[in-house]
Ligand binder design. Sequence first.
Ligand code: GDP
Ligand code: MG
Length: 304
Amino acid sequence: MTQKDAGATTFKSGFTAIIGAPNVGKSTLLNRILEDKIAIVSPRPQTTRNRILGVLHRPQSQIIFLDTPGIHKSEKALNRKMVETAIAAIGDVDVILVMIDAARPDPASEHLLLEKLPGNRRKPVILAINKIDKVKKPNLLQLIDSWSKAYPFAEVVPISATEGIQVPDLIDLLENLLPEGPPYFPEDMITDMPERFVAAEMIREKIFALTGQEIPFSTAVTIESFSEDPDRGMVSIHAIIHVERESQKGIIIGKGGAMLKAVGQAARIEIERMVGMKVFLKLFVRVEKNWSNDARALRRLGYS
Ligand code: GDP
Ligand code: MG
């Protein structure tokens, strides 16, 4: 439905940033809200490196979400860059959605986060207490109480992003707080991230899922070429997996190339679902010494 045929009720539209420490469930919530796979999710922190836009189309509103990297203290160039991205997002939005993990307090990150919230009440800030499926009610009530005292939140909403508990209520709240206005984006658009970026994220997610330990933190994926052949109904993608050490390259390639093959297969299936075409995916692994702490390497890999 467009604004025109919405009748007497006014249409609302605006931006909201999901802000919080790493691993609290920001990407999970965004995926749940959009019922589509945009942000990558993993049990390890710091999976989200870039700002990702998701658009929720509702009959009376359009809510545009910015998923942000986790706010946390760090000395590393890459991590500091990620925190800057998240904080910059606060300034641009209509509503700020702060998220915490009910089951695992993170006082250092939470303190930093509270410091960055606007000092005046002009911009509404909602607190979502996530993962309530993992805590007992008295603990939850205590959390609600202490957080309500820490900042004048417009609302405090306990949710579970994985279970979907109170997520519709949260969406209603956000909608209410948006300014009136026409939609920013056409109805078929759910993200502004080009498909090649999402493809790289999907490959990175499979590396997270299939390899262990420190490997994912030392990994970046870039797409060298992404070409569509509509006549043959297929997309051909060449991607490079950047790692920091020879030993990591060995792990990603695996015995006889088995790991790389598994990553490629799993990623290909998801990319095919996204583009709606057959995908030919070719992966290369390249050693890029110390890239995650090197400003120049970061720029080249598209993180700044
Ligand atoms: P982000 O770093 O804040 O974007 O966090 P992610 O969305 O990547 O989620 C981090 C981890 O928390 C993943 O393993 C999720 O499955 C898990 N998670 C997210 N929401 C919930 C929830 O409501 N309940 C439980 N039990 N786990 C959750
Ligand atoms: Mg995330």
